[in-house]
Design a protein around this ligand. Structure first.
Ligand code: SAM
Length: 283
């Protein structure tokens, strides 16, 4: 018997109108829809009059439930996988099931649609030619700071998902690790009534979101480390050293040079100071 097909179906990230015609047809036609939270997905189903049976498939039953779905697929049933919002398997369950299907030769078909990472990037006004998606930022300070520290020399836009109640702490750590002037964008409640896109510096974002309670769903984006005044050149250590040497030769006091370069390179002052000391040691 030929096996069934697994459809990976993207659903809205807020606005229920963001469901494609094809997604609607597939959700109506398949034998079974595996959903992260069946109660949540019933709202979508009742909005569109979809009567297909729903079964739960979430992080903690992924292994066991995946086996059952594989059995259904082997027996020729067609299954659609959906998550609460956006594209399944993107910071959501699905990867293991897709992998097992691929190993067994069961067809896996994408039915594309919204995903918060791409939606946020598309309106942020940050470089999108290259970007890195990092999923959720670590919840604890130590891990979060280490994750952010790695972006000091990052030359791609970096995208994080973040819980609203952790946003102020994340922005504080970001300003500490990457400098107050590092460019960021925060997308909140995309496609919903209270949609908001903040773009500015890390300290500006902290002023905006740091006091009071942040509500809704959040995508945090960090711009590449770029030297704005040096023709968009990448903030590599070499060009920073060169700039520091030049300012020093021109007689600018170290404090002022470090402050100015930290701003221009979007780096924390202590990092620039360390590089300044290293150039002095070399000279
Ligand atoms: N699979 C989903 C996707 O393709 O975007 C992501 C699932 S992940 C568990 C949920 C996170 O995505 C939220 O915590 C938030 O960071 C982000 N997110 C989802 N919907 C959003 C929205 N409407 N606005 C902003 N961020 C959103």
């Amino acid at each position: 018997m030929p096996s069934g097909t697994l459809y990976i179906v993207a659903t809205p990230i807020g606005n229920l109108e963001d469901l494609t015609f094809r997604a609607l047809r597939i959700l109506r036609e398949v034998d079974l829809v595996a959903a992260e939270d069946t109660r949540h997905s019933r709202k979508l189903f009742s909005h569109y009059g979809i009567g297909t049976p729903l079964t739960s498939f979430f992080q903690h039953n992924e292994a066991v439930k995946g086996e059952r779905l594989l059995e259904d697929l082997r027996q020729g049933k067609s299954v659609a996988l959906i998550s609460d919002a956006g594209t399944p398997a993107i910071a959501d369950p699905g990867f293991l099931l897709v992998r097992r299907c691929r190993e067994e030769g069961i067809p896996v078909i994408a039915v594309p649609g919204p995903s918060a990472v791409v939606t946020a990037l598309s309106i942020a006004g940050l470089p999108t030619d290259r970007f890195a998606f990092e999923g959720f930022l670590p919840a604890k300070t130590k891990g979060r700071r280490a994750a952010l520290r790695r972006l000091r020399q990052e030359d791609r836009t970096t995208v994080f998902y973040e819980a609203p109640h952790r946003l102020p702490a994340a922005l504080r750590d970001l300003a500490e690790e990457l400098g107050e002037d590092r460019e960021v964008a925060v997308a909140r409640e995309l496609t919903k009534i209270h949609e908001e896109l903040y773009r500015g510096t890390a300290s500006g974002a902290l002023d905006h979101f740091g006091s009071g309670r942040v509500r809704g769903e959040i995508v945090l984006m960090v711009a590449p480390a770029v030297d704005a005044e040096f023709g968009g050149e990448k903030a590599d250590a070499g060009s920073l050293e060169e700039a520091l040497r030049k300012l020093s030769a021109e007689g600018m006091p170290p404090r002022q040079a470090v402050k100015q370069m930290a701003k221009e390179f979007g780096l924390p002052r202590d990092e620039v100071y360390r590089i300044w000391v290293a150039t002095k040691d070399e000279d």
